[in-house]
Write a protein that binds this ligand. Structure first.
Ligand code: PRP
Ligand code: HPA
Ligand code: MG
Length: 167
């Protein structure tokens, strides 16, 4: 199901926009790590966090990149969040110096689950909705709770009827 729900506004993000916003996130995080400003590693929350984490780790010149797989939605239907794959335990410790990146925080359930495992990590998302804000340490753009964000990897260019040609 890719149509937005009736009560929701659609916020369509292009590849260019997510690239710019992910870069802005990286620049905001630069020099903010606990070890003289340095970060130990980047961890992407898959799958949506992988593109922003790739862009941020490139900007910050961090080559240690791991993933945590959390599934909390089936398309637009929320279910209970589950960890399907954990990152390297020796790397993570309690999360100190680890930059955990996701594309967005919505209800905050995903970050809450990951935060419980790595309480000392820094949590960063590109976009944030109000309910999830308490779970995120750094983000770039806030959108209203009733906005559904459409990411470029979930969309395709398609023909649109001219305005005049519509019924
Ligand atoms: O704050 P929450 O309400 O938990 O929602 C945010 C999470 O939901 C989406 O992931 P999803 O579980 O759909 O998986 P995906 O990243 O593989 O698309 C999104 O990428 C975030 O990770
Ligand atoms: O607004 C959203 N867009 C895409 N995926 C999501 N997962 C939770 N909220 C959203
Ligand atoms: Mg996700």
């Amino acid at each position: 199901m890719t149509d937005r729900l009736p009560h929701e506004k659609g916020f369509h993000i292009s590849w260019d926009q997510i690239h710019r916003d992910s870069r802005a996130l990286a620049w905001r995080l630069d020099g903010q790590g606990p070890d003289n400003g340095a970060w130990k590693a980047v961890v992407a929350i898959t799958r949506g966090g992988m593109a922003p984490a790739m862009i941020a780790s490139r900007e910050l010149d961090i080559r240690t990149v791991d993933t945590i797989s959390v599934k909390s939605y089936d398309h637009q239907d929320q279910s209970e969040a589950k960890v399907l794959k954990a990152p390297d335990a020796d790397l993570m410790g309690d999360g100190t110096g680890i930059l955990i990146i996701d594309d967005l925080v919505d209800s905050g359930k995903t970050l809450e689950l990951v935060r419980a495992r790595y309480p000392k990590a820094h949590f960063a998302t590109v976009y944030a909705k109000p309910k999830g804000r308490p779970q995120v340490d750094t983000f770039i753009t806030e959108v209203s709770q009733d906005t559904w964000i459409f990411f470029p990897w979930d969309m395709a260019l398609q023909y649109v009827e001219p305005y005049r040609g519509k019924d």
